[in-house]
Design a protein around this ligand. Structure first.
Ligand code: ADP
Length: 303
């Protein structure tokens, strides 16, 4: 019996009514078999990763990549060199290598597979950024090409032993996010990044529903850009409104893991590729990332 292929696979192996070389049935059988093989390779690759976490946002620009990178730094501080990895799943706007000053490296291949690049604290990074010849090169791919690239990333990267793999999903709940979420075996949970505003909450609902439909446990929400404290007078300004994270967490029955304030130094550090959580450890936002990493450890019963 042929099992129904995952969505990404349908796109990677488009159905055809009249394939020139094979009958329709044998073409589909071949595609399903190939997909099963890829799945088992991915599963074997990921067996040495203790925790696989997806980081989602309803839409772009809410700071998902910055949150992913800094959460990885906070976790790496706990677990040591080379124990945390990030898969930058944003194929069209990869930014993790820049935030972690891990650009310009080459993904080297060896007998076990392709080795990830390295960021601070030995954080292992895989990103489309390493495969683009120039900064200006856009990724103009249709769904099937993207699904192919994602499968290749997942099946060929030699992550080695990791405590945590954070997967920075493309913004939204579209094809790419779905393909990645379905191809990663035994995802431990998802974290959703949002802003405090009502507009963002609307979209967060979709992200939570996306996780529930895929039966991914929602670890919790992170409210980013949560207020700004004026460095001159100390007054708090709620640039993106206030209280949205608490409200949506309560309404949707999920935990609010933490609230990261707006900090111009966080933006600057991300531009410079400076590891914010380490370089500005005393700042409120850095403390919040560390607190969220404690929450994560507690979630997995490891405090
Ligand atoms: P996304 O991945 O959701 O598209 P990014 O992580 O690329 O968003 O962040 C968008 C911009 O906002 C970047 O310039 C980043 O440095 C900045 N940024 C994100 N979070 C904060 C914050 N808490 N304080 C200041 N700047 C932030």
């Amino acid at each position: 019996m042929i099992e129904k292929p995952a969505r990404g696979a349908e796109e990677a192996y488009p159905q055809t009514d009249n394939h020139p070389c094979l009958g329709e049935k044998s073409f589909m059988e071949k595609a399903a078999k190939e997909l099963e093989e890829i799945r088992s390779v991915i599963e074997a690759r990921m067996r040495k990763i203790r925790r696989k976490i997806l980081i989602l946002s309803g839409k772009g620009g809410v700071g998902k990549s910055v949150v992913t990178a800094n959460l990885a730094l906070a976790l790496a501080l706990k677990h040591g060199e080379g124990r945390v990895g990030i898969l930058d799943g944003d194929l069209t706007g990869p930014s993790i290598p820049k935030i972690l000053k891990a650009r310009g490296q080459t993904l080297r291949a060896g007998p076990p597979g392709i080795f990830p690049a390295r960021g601070p604290l030995g954080i292992k990074v895989v990103s489309m950024d390493y495969l683009l010849p120039e900064d200006e090169t856009p990724v103009i791919w249709r769904g099937p090409m993207k699904a192919r690239a994602i499968m290749q990333f997942l099946s060929e990267i030699a992550w080695g032993e990791l405590e945590y793999l954070l997967v920075d999903l493309p913004p939204g709940t579209g094809d790419e996010a779905l393909t990645i979420a379905q191809l990663i075996p035994k995802v431990d949970g998802a974290i959703i990044v949002t802003l405090p505003s009502e507009l963002s909450q609307l979209i967060v609902r979709k992200a939570i529903s996306f996780c529930r439909r895929l039966e991914l446990p929602v670890i919790g929400l992170i409210e980013n850009m949560s207020g700004f404290t004026c460095p001159s007078c100390g007054a708090r300004i709620d640039v993106f409104m206030r209280g949205g994270g608490e409200k949506i967490a309560e309404e949707m029955g999920v935990r609010l893991l933490g609230k990261i304030p707006l900090d111009p130094d966080l933006c600057k550090a991300s531009d410079l590729g400076e590891p914010y959580v380490i370089a500005h450890r005393d700042r409120a936002a850095a403390q919040e990332f560390l607190k969220i990493s404690d929450e994560l450890e507690r979630f997995f019963g490891r405090d």
